[in-house]
Design a protein around this ligand. Sequence first.
Ligand SMILES: *[C@@H]1O[C@H](CO)[C@@H](O)[C@H](O)[C@H]1NC(C)=O
Ligand SMILES: *[C@@H]1O[C@H](CO)[C@@H](O)[C@H](O)[C@H]1NC(C)=O
Ligand SMILES: *[C@@H]1O[C@H](CO)[C@@H](O)[C@H](O)[C@H]1NC(C)=O
Ligand SMILES: *[C@@H]1O[C@H](CO)[C@@H](O)[C@H](O)[C@H]1NC(C)=O
Ligand SMILES: *[C@@H]1O[C@H](CO)[C@@H](O)[C@H](O)[C@H]1NC(C)=O
Ligand SMILES: *[C@@H]1O[C@H](CO)[C@@H](O)[C@H](O)[C@H]1NC(C)=O
Ligand SMILES: *[C@@H]1O[C@H](CO)[C@@H](O)[C@H](O)[C@H]1NC(C)=O
Length: 718
Amino acid sequence: MEARNCLAACVLMHFILAVSAIDKRMVYIVFVESLPQHPYSLAFHYSELLKDIVPPSFARKSLLRSYTNFNGFSAKLTEKEAYKLRMIQFQHHNYNLKQCPFFHVNHLRFAYNTALPAQCLVRKIIGARSYITHGKDLSARDNNGHGSHVASIAAGRNVRDASFYGIAQGIAKGGVPSARLAVYKVCDHYCYSADIMAAFDDAISDGVDFISISISFNESFESTSNPIALGALHAYAKGILTINAAGNGGPALFSITTDAPWILTVAASGTDRQIVDKVLLGKYATLVGNGINAFPSRKGGLPIVYGTELSSTCSESDARNCSEPCLVRSSIDQKVVLCDKVPKLKYINITGVPSFITPNMEENVSKIEPYPVVRLSTNELNLVKTYIDSTTEPKVQILKSEAIHNPGAPFVAVFSARGPSTFIPDIVKPDVTAPGVEILAAFSPLGSPSDSPFDKRPVNYNILSGTSMACPHVTAAAVYVKSIHPNWSPSAIKSALMTTAREFNPALYPEAEFAYGSGHIDPLKAKNPGLVYETPVEEYFKIWCNISRIAGSFTVTNASCPTQLTLKDINYPSMSVRLDMKDVFTVSFPRTVTNVGRANSTYVAYIEGDQSRLHFIVEPSTLQFTELNQKINFVVTVKGKRMKPETLKRVSLVWTDGVHMVRSPIVVYTGETTSAGGSAQTPSAGGSARTPSAGGSARTPSWFCLLSVMLIIMVTLY
Ligand SMILES: *[C@@H]1O[C@H](CO)[C@@H](O)[C@H](O)[C@H]1NC(C)=O
Ligand SMILES: *[C@@H]1O[C@H](CO)[C@@H](O)[C@H](O)[C@H]1NC(C)=O
Ligand SMILES: *[C@@H]1O[C@H](CO)[C@@H](O)[C@H](O)[C@H]1NC(C)=O
Ligand SMILES: *[C@@H]1O[C@H](CO)[C@@H](O)[C@H](O)[C@H]1NC(C)=O
Ligand SMILES: *[C@@H]1O[C@H](CO)[C@@H](O)[C@H](O)[C@H]1NC(C)=O
Ligand SMILES: *[C@@H]1O[C@H](CO)[C@@H](O)[C@H](O)[C@H]1NC(C)=O
Ligand SMILES: *[C@@H]1O[C@H](CO)[C@@H](O)[C@H](O)[C@H]1NC(C)=O
């Protein structure tokens, strides 16, 4: 950590804030990158610091929490006091700022927090804590279901005959059934930064092996003000890898918000088990759409209503769009309603028993709704309209959903957030892809299966889609790799998962690696990757410094970063650069690989993929290893002529010794209004893109009491 150079009590602050509506004091998080040499009470140190800032009578009350693993604290301050605290860094004789480059104050909102732990102990869940301080349920219990779901994906035990009302029936099994979980509930209706930081702090202290976070922010913002990025960097420094969902804001380019390089960022794919719902148009046709519908089907069908038939009080256009006021019981009860627009059914309290046929805004993703709903393509919707027009008493029957085989799997889910990162352009994000579409996993019966206050069906298993579901798959794979190689660093495990991932067909994805990263994880291969790219935390601290400078407005020092290090120079298992459009370019990626395969082995490099108009040099192109853990440096140089705006070129660098294939994508692209492949679409609300929630399968009362709304799961090896 660069800040070690600082003298005694060199204080640096990033990060800030939160709101207490009562007295206009907000909660500020202050990070101290370097502390006095002699460990004494940090709380004492911080309250001494605060005495210079707040009215003396308030000093003790002001300090809310002293973090253990972040060298920082949270305090209630007015805006003026926060400013004073910033300025004191420049004036106070105790603080040597020149040597202390990390000093920022950021704008991040979070709430007043005093952790309120609720702990229990069992074999599977070794701890559950709640960080929720506002709302109806402050306990660590999962009252929502999302936490149970992601937890059981990572570490659930085998359960036979699991299904959602018979749909997708089979054995439900977590990635590593023997792993244990520590659960940290940080989200209720909102996820506050101070709570997330506190959970990271405790998880690091608790000695977890991995941190799995199925939370991502809906806005891309630089990593220096992102609590997950910040927490994950400190976790990384302590040897803990953080695995994080990429976000559900896809498929537009630049929709990714989880861009910190020290995080393993996970995109979502569809599996070969696809859930579809069929609609019978009288005896005329059977249409296949998306929807997870467990409601009983009405033999012979129900009358279908559309437009003016729906409501005489609505305009025709509103009625066709199924606007909320048009959905009155008398006209929709026991009927199928055809809609030109997707009504937000989970927020509409409809009495009666309606069914809906709507357009398909999320192709190849089926979701559970509070009512029978089938989403059809435009062509199929037109068939329904033709049927209505050509029949005097049109009736349609919506069947119960069924699981079918999808030979097109795996495919990247439409909702999965795409790179590149606006803020950190020279990195491939997401890193890897894992199953995240229509995943059957445990659920808390306190939660609603469709996340609707009007759908109270209590279920022990639910089918959800989202990068939230993909994330714990990768966590499980990481746990698996670590169980075989207990001494591997976070970066070695991350590298193993990335360099052994299965490539998607880039021809099907104009965004290429910015859709799927290095590819689909392959845990069996990841346990024996041959070579790994290890990234020392010092490199990431340098990047952190760089990012904080780019973030300009948040930075309150102009001190330069100790060493210039750019993203492409980081020893990352993939390579990417955004080019400015010069006539010719030459870009180099220095890398170091560590031999974890066979002691005596020779690796040769080759480039795979379309190399037209580009020239690749790998120097040296043969690596001769004579012992395990030996490190060898090499440089990849890419040369090319001027590239048009919005161009993306990608190839793979493969090192092979005849046994292992160590693959790294190389992506060069041009920016400006960059849409790399020209495929940018407006972002659609993601997959099951549900706001974070929590989990466990509540199969037995004891299991249930332990389940928590756990957006953060920390996984501990068995
Ligand atoms: C993100 O969520 C917040 C809070 O719900 C909202 O105010 C903001 O507009 C959202 N931003 C985007 C880009 O959707
Ligand atoms: C109905 O939906 C279409 C498509 O979203 C929209 O263009 C139109 O304005 C909507 N009509 C009304 C009355 O809201
Ligand atoms: C939905 O509406 C019905 C009838 O108006 C009412 O009894 C019920 O409480 C409402 N449900 C919710 C969750 O608001
Ligand atoms: C849905 O799946 C079909 C068939 O595999 C494919 O052609 C189509 O591109 C997919 N759509 C999306 C948005 O992924
Ligand atoms: C930060 O990185 C950018 C490009 O990645 C580079 O141009 C710049 O010089 C770096 N700045 C610092 C302060 O390291
Ligand atoms: C940093 O530099 C800018 C312009 O170069 C200047 O306005 C600002 O006062 C400087 N900040 C500090 C903390 O020195
Ligand atoms: C590797 O090769 C070197 C030289 O050829 C030899 O001395 C050494 O014993 C070999 N190591 C192993 C583990 O085979």
